[in-house]
Design a protein around this ligand. Structure first.
Ligand code: JD8
Length: 385
């Protein structure tokens, strides 16, 4: 990949030498060119700006120097990136897209911005992306160009020492925030490393990390969570410990029906206590639906068998809402939020729960008499597409 930067402050890009792009360039994996826009001025004052047509404060960057810069730097495979507060929001998806390009030419403005004809002209000659780093005002486009560069270059094959870590990252394909990380010493200033991380139980560690990532995302960036709403706009949201009481009530209501349908009382869910619910809320990714403040639906999921299987359970719908499609919506949602790496889903239901089995089969699940099931229950599985 080739990266070019045009700016009236070319020294802004000196850090490139120090960081990953610089090292990559040294290894011949990347070509970098930094250009002073004034190189394409011809007057004694090397003028790059003038007063805005229509009046107003500040100055606007003149089109001529940019046009000549493009004449010298554009190739058939160039993507021109204007970093601007009025651009499309930069994110990991866009970083991955730009990482597929051969040549990125960053046009970094200053003052009140660049004459609009420069962007319009560039669009006639090359792919153009107008990109904003975020909803705040900077004084120029250089900082944004540096940030976009780092996010793109680290995605290029062979740049990051350990590609696997790219998969796990925040904003990666799955879009969850990072889980908390720890290293030695195990105790520091009275603060302990969570015991699960020192347990050596990879399944439990994976479940804890996932639960932490979902909890953080729900608390800090609910917008990142797989927005799932029912047809009537009712959201499906992550459960919190505060939901434990209502979950217990809903669970008892649903499993009384299961017990009657299957003529058996020793169904674990029927005998759980509030503490049991609190305990499994800490281990499972659980989602709930509220209508008029009433908790009317829930479902949970967790990683099994080393991360390949997503164990789905406790699909619960308030008795008065059964047949409304809520159960199917919860089943679809819990499949959608399964982590990257999951290749199949598994769930259990009552051997005599004909209605549940019908719903699951319609959703693509298959009965698996070949797999072990709890007493009075059957197993259904589904490959993840
Ligand atoms: C390019 C000039 C300054 C902006 C008057 C302040 C990106 N996320 C972002 N915030 N700000 C920028 C950005 C700001 C720029 C230029 C990018 C060129 N300015 C202007 C309009 C208001 N001054 C950005 N990416």
């Amino acid at each position: 990949m080739r990266l070019d930067y045009v700016s009236i402050f070319p020294d802004f890009f000196a850090p490139l030498e120090l960081s990953l792009p610089g090292k990559a360039a040294a290894r011949g994996l990347l070509e970098i060119g930094v250009h002073d826009l004034r190189r394409w001025t011809h007057d004694r004052h090397r003028t790059v700006d003038d007063t805005p047509y229509g009046g107003g404060a500040g100055m606007v960057m003149k089109p001529e120097p940019w046009g000549e810069a493009f004449d010298d730097l554009l190739t058939v495979s160039t993507t021109v990136v204007f970093t601007t507060p009025s651009g499309e929001r930069f994110d990991q998806r866009l970083a991955a897209d730009l990482a597929t390009r051969e040549h990125l030419l960053f046009a970094c403005g200053r003052y009140e911005g660049i004459d609009q004809r420069v962007i319009d002209h560039a669009r006639e000659r090359a792919e153009v992306r107008e990109i904003s780093l975020g909803d705040y005002v900077l004084n120029g486009g250089e900082v944004a160009a540096l940030a976009v560069t780092e996010a793109v270059v680290r995605l290029l094959p062979g740049f990051m020492g350990n590609a696997a870590s790219l998969e796990e990252e925040s904003h990666s394909e799955e879009g969850l925030l990072e889980y908390p990380v720890y290293t030695k010493p195990p105790a520091w200033r009275g603060l302990e490393v969570p015991a699960v991380l020192r347990s050596g139980d990879h399944g439990k560690v994976a479940a804890w990390r996932r639960e932490q990532a979902v909890r953080r995302t729900a608390e800090r960036r609910p917008d990142l969570l797989a927005p799932s709403v029912l047809d009537d706009g009712t959201p499906i949201v992550p459960a919190t410990l505060g939901d434990a009481g209502e979950l217990l009530t809903l669970q008892r209501a649903c499993w009384v029906q299961e017990a009657l349908a299957n003529d058996m009382l020793d169904i674990p869910a029927l005998h759980e206590t509030l503490d049991d619910v609190r305990d499994w809320l800490a281990e499972w990714d659980t989602y709930v639906v509220r209508r008029a403040g009433r908790l009317v639906g829930a479902v949970r999921g967790r990683v099994e068998r080393g991360g390949e299987t997503w164990d789905i359970g406790r699909i619960m719908v308030a008795p008065d809402l059964q047949g409304s499609g809520l159960g199917r919506a919860l089943l679809d949602h819990i499949q959608a939020v399964a982590p990257a790496g999951v290749t199949s889903y598994v769930l259990f239901t009552g051997a005599a729960s004909a209605r549940n089995q019908r719903i699951y089969k319609l959703a693509g699940f298959r009965l698996r008499p070949d797999l072990p099931a709890p007493p009075g229950a059957v197993v259904l599985t589904k490959r993840r597409r």
